[in-house]
Each structure stands twice: as structure tokens, then as C-alpha cells.
Design a protein around this ligand. Structure first.
Ligand code: DGL
Length: 263
């Protein structure tokens, strides 16, 4: 297999990147995807940086063995920790995530922007640089422990967690909530219940999918005919993790179909 026919690798510490995968499949239906959830080493967001770097290196080595033509780091934490180093030594396209602070900044009308992400994402230089440019009114809200609830599909637990976390804020003064962790995208319905209708909820999934499409087209690697296949893998217990991934991929695809602006 050569060139455009090869699959695209997508990875995360667990099921979070499945939300990105849903958008990728929607935007690039002819592509083959190999999704790798590093469940055995989750969570990334509360581990030392060096450990996350080692995990990202190991996953990347696995994906390269599968002859992927590009990789999407479908994880804000792993992108902040490892994207620059991986790009410096590999030539294939590596697309990462970043909290959607720029679009949130553009629609802000004087209120606060709450940026929900892992403690790691919010302390690394990549986020600090983003804050320096688009951070007016933005408040970092580290959410240690929240990804674990999504991994367990504990939607009630996640609702209670978020209600407690948001109780610190006057929500009538909030313009937008940024989902700066790919796991949290699955909590959109839960958040909508907790937030006034005037608050926008933003994620970076579509921006990442468009960036991938652009880069593949530039390098002559885009597939535009046929129906792509998706393979799901985990470093954890497959019998436990794969059914959760499959259910969440269906949920991610439903969310994409409900979105009006997806192209
Ligand atoms: N899904 C990951 C992210 O986007 C992180 C979750 C974790 O492993 O802590 O940041």
C-alpha cells in the first residue's frame, strides 16, 4: 500500500479522541482510520510530563508500524506535551488539538470564557501562549478526575462534577465554555442542561478535521473515492474498552449529524 491508500492514525489516552474520530469520519468519509486508545496508561492529564511523552512516543511507534500516512493527536494533553518533539523528528503530517480559545475570543461580548481542560494542558507553554493572544476574560478551569467519569460513561457523575465545578461562577456573566479536553466533548448534552442558553460551548474537533483535510490535500494524500474503514484498538482490556469506544463513536456521529455547520 502506498501514498493516499494508507490509513490515518488517531490516538488519545482513552475514549476522548473518539469524539474527534466521529468528526474526522464525517468530513473525510473515504479515509481509513486506525484509532488507538492508550487506556492502559490513562489518564495523561494528571501524570508527569515525561511519562506522557514516553506514552505518546510508544503509541506513535505503534502507528508507524501500521504504515499510517498521517497522525491526529486527538488529545489536547498529548498535543501540548509531545506534538512539537514528534514533528521535529518525523516527516509525516502530525495534526494536534488545541483548546478553541480563538473562536471563543471572537464571539466574546465582554463576559468570561471558561476553559475546561486537564491540569497538564492548562499549565504548559502552548496554552500560556494561546492565553497571551486570545485570553481576555478567559478563566482556566482544571478538571482532574473528569475524564475518568467519561471513560466509565458515568454521565450522572459527570453532571454532578460539572455542577460543583461551575458553582464557583456566575453563569450569567459567562459568554462561552471551551472544551479543552477531547473527553469533555461527550459532556455537551450534560453541560447544555447546566448552562444558560446564551453560553456557547466550543470544541476544537472541526478545526482539527479541516486542518487534516487541508494538509492531506497539500501533500497529495487525500482520498476522495470509496468508503473508508475504521479499526479501533486499545492498550487496555479490549473486552472492556472496545464496546465503550464503539458506543461513543456512534454518539459522536449522532452529534455530527445534528451539527449544522460541518463542512
Ligand atoms: N482527552 C485528553 C485531552 O484532550 C486527556 C484526558 C487525560 O488523559 O487526562 O486532553
Amino acid at each position: 500500500m502506498s501514498g493516499a491508500e494508507r490509513p490515518i492514525g488517531v490516538f488519545d489516552s482513552g475514549v476522548g479522541g473518539i469524539s474527534v474520530l466521529g468528526t474526522l469520519r464525517h468530513l473525510l468519509p473515504s479515509e481509513d482510520f486506525l484509532y488507538y486508545g492508550d487506556t492502559a496508561h490513562a489518564p495523561y492529564g494528571t501524570k508527569p510530563r515525561e511519562e506522557v511523552l514516553r506514552c505518546a512516543d510508544a503509541v506513535m511507534a505503534h502507528l508507524l508500524e501500521q504504515n499510517v500516512k498521517a497522525v491526529v493527536i486527538a488529545c489536547n494533553t498529548a498535543t501540548s506535551v509531545a506534538a512539537a518533539e514528534l514533528r521535529a523528528r518525523l516527516t509525516l503530517p502530525i495534526i494536534g488539538m488545541e483548546p478553541a480559545l480563538k473562536p471563543a475570543h471572537e464571539l466574546r461580548h465582554g463576559g468570561q470564557i471558561l476553559v475546561l481542560a486537564t491540569p497538564m494542558t492548562l499549565t504548559l507553554p502552548k496554552f500560556r501562549a494561546l492565553m497571551a493572544r486570545y485570553g481576555e476574560g478567559a478563566v482556566p478551569v482544571p478538571c482532574a478526575g473528569l475524564m475518568e467519569l467519561v471513560e466509565r460513561e458515568d454521565w450522572q457523575g459527570a453532571a454532578a462534577y460539572l455542577a460543583a465545578r461551575l458553582a464557583d461562577f456566575d453563569l450569567t456573566r459567562v459568554d462561552a465554555v471551551v472544551l479543552g479536553c477531547t473527553h469533555y466533548v461527550f459532556l455537551r448534552p450534560v453541560l447544555r442542561e447546566l448552562l444558560p442558553d446564551t453560553v456557547s460551548v466550543l470544541d476544537g474537533n472541526l478545526g482539527t478535521a479541516r486542518q487534516l483535510r487541508r494538509v492531506l490535500a497539500e501533500r497529495g494524500l487525500l482520498r476522495t473515492a470509496g468508503t473508508g474503514r475504521t479499526v479501533l484498538e486499545t492498550s487496555g482490556d479490549a473486552a472492556e474498552a472496545l464496546p465503550v469506544m464503539t458506543r461513543l463513536l456512534a454518539a459522536a456521529e449522532r452529534m455530527c449529524e445534528e451539527e449544522t455547520v460541518i463542512k
